[in-house]
Design a protein around this ligand. Structure first.
Ligand SMILES: [Zn+2]
Length: 491
């Protein structure tokens, strides 16, 4: 049953095999969870140790890192923590399939023609800068992705999507994703899979790079019954819906890819009059947890080990905000044929989380958390005619990353018509080239958004990390009287 069709287009490969895989995983997930917490814990422990053995056998990087560990089953806390820079620096030793190498993957990604195709005929590839600002490249096989599809299906079933699907079908069954389309982002890969495993859905992507009025007009034409996007994008669309400019009647909403700010979910649901499913994921593990109606995220605890820890990687008590969180992705160790391409074991994700001490009122027995992840701000900028134009943080950061190939930077709004850019120190020549590329791309983008008047300036300071969390926020509003950075910089 292995997927060996190398040249078959994505659509044809996935429709039959991935759907079948999803169904078979589905029954296993149900079985494990219905048997209770002890069963989930036992399964997780067994899978953790199986993954550890696999990584030691197949990944030279992990063989070295775990040289001091005993051969017997271990408690996860005995296992060394691993960071993204350490893994990316030794990419070719990290991967467990010797055919995969960084040079090959990079070439594959560089060609936009390959979006939706499979690297070496069998791997889905995407890149991400993640919450630490370090670039990462991720390779997953189709079987691993089927597990995520199954998790999504379990959740959607819980909220009775199945009961609504006839209604969706009757209304054309159209689904819309508003995302950073046209690139190898995890959200796009997820989206394609979700749509393909739901044969009754017709799907279309909309780009967050487009001006908001255009997105609104296109959605009005398209009339989706299922709307998915980043939380900040859905929040903007919710404002448009409330203002009467957006006029759609979705039956379900899905958000992911960013943190959902408390209260934002309820406002989005109110505006559209239908439920929102929020998913917490990372490039290293697409589906870590799903949101519930009580505002908590429930961990897929049979597939994911999540350990909230302090700066020294000691466990954080329940109910307290952690400094970071260690992720072990156990998702594709379920069948012996599956290749765990990039083992993720006690991996420092960088998000601060709070684990709920008491059971969740929603009744879901899986452990509940809240995430204090990357929360960049939506900007409001003044157009020449006096209108306020909202800009999505993710659109701005994507433009800078793509144009200047930098990953440690900060965009600061210092006035209604002024943006300042900060970069991590680089050589003088590089600095000039980076600034030139980033500023040019930003000015083009602003002009497209009816903001040709906005001044883009260079701030010679290095990006400032947040005082409390120690993390870098890439998009910051620091207008006069703001306490975030003190007085704005003038040149
Ligand atoms: Zn709950």
């Amino acid at each position: 049953m292995a997927n060996t069709a190398h040249t078959t287009p994505w659509e044809q490969v996935s429709s039959a095999i991935a759907y079948w895989n999803s169904l078979s995983r589905l029954s296993e997930i149900w079985w494990t969870r219905s048997a209770g917490k002890e069963s989930v814990d036992a399964v997780r422990h067994r899978r953790f140790n199986a993954l550890l053995r696999f990584a030691r056998n197949r990944s030279p990087f992990h063989r070295e890192a775990y040289g001091g560990l005993p051969e017997r089953d271990v408690d996860p806390r005995e296992v060394p923590v691993i960071t993204k820079p350490a893994l990316m620096a030794r990419f070719d030793d990290w991967v467990t399939d010797p055919e995969i190498n960084l040079a090959g993957v990079t070439t594959f990604i560089a060609d936009r023609q390959h979006i939706g195709e499979r690297y070496l005929g069998r791997y889905v590839v995407w890149k991400s800068s993640g919450s630490t600002g370090e670039p990462g490249i991720y390779v997953q096989d189709g079987n691993a992705l089927a597990t995520f599809d199954a998790l999504m299906a379990v959740h959607l079933d819980r909220v009775r999507l199945a009961a609504q699907s006839w209604d969706m079908l009757a209304r054309g069954g159209r689904a819309a994703l508003v995302a950073a389309t046209g690139d190898h982002f995890a959200s796009i890969a997820s989206w394609q899979r979700v749509c393909q495993s739901s044969p009754w859905i017709a799907a279309r992507g909309f780009s967050i790079m487009d001006p908001l009025p255009r997105i609104v007009a296109e959605l009005n034409d398209y009339q989706p019954v299922f709307l998915a996007g980043y939380p900040t994008m859905l929040a903007l669309l919710a404002e448009e819906q409330e203002a009467g400019r957006l006029r759609i009647e979705p039956l379900r909403l899905w958000s992911g890819g960013e943190c959902l700010v408390p209260g934002a979910g309820a406002a989005i649901e109110r505006a559209f009059g239908c439920p929102l499913t929020n998913e917490y994921g990372a490039s290293e593990c697409l589906s870590i947890a799903f949101g519930c109606r009580e505002g908590w995220l429930h961990i897929n605890a049979d597939w994911v080990l999540l350990e909230p820890v302090d700066r020294d990687y000691a466990p954080t008590p329940l109910g307290e905000a952690s400094h970071t969180v260690l992720l072990s992705n156990l998702a594709n160790r379920v069948q012996p044929i599956i290749h765990r391409v990039q083992p993720i074991i006690r991996y420092d994700v960088g998000d601060s989380i709070i684990a709920k001490p008491e059971p969740c009122a929603c009744g879901n027995p899986l452990p509940a958390i809240q995430v204090e992840g990357r929360r960049d701000e939506v900007l409001s900028m003044r157009a020449p005619d006096g209108r306020l134009i909202r800009l999505l943080p993710l659109a701005l950061t994507t433009i800078v990353e793509e144009a200047a190939h930098v990953h440690r930077f900060q965009i600061i709004q210092t006035a209604a018509d002024r943006l300042m850019l900060r970069f991590e120190p680089v050589g003088n020549d590089d600095r000039h080239a980076v600034w030139h590329a980033a500023a040019g791309a930003l000015r083009d983008y602003l002009a497209q958004q009816s903001l040709p008047n906005v001044h883009v300036g260079l701030d010679k300071h290095s990006p400032l990390t947040d005082r409390r969390s120690g993390k870098l926020r890439e998009v910051v509003v620091a207008m006069e009287r703001s306490s975030v950075f003190g007085a704005s910089h003038r040149h």
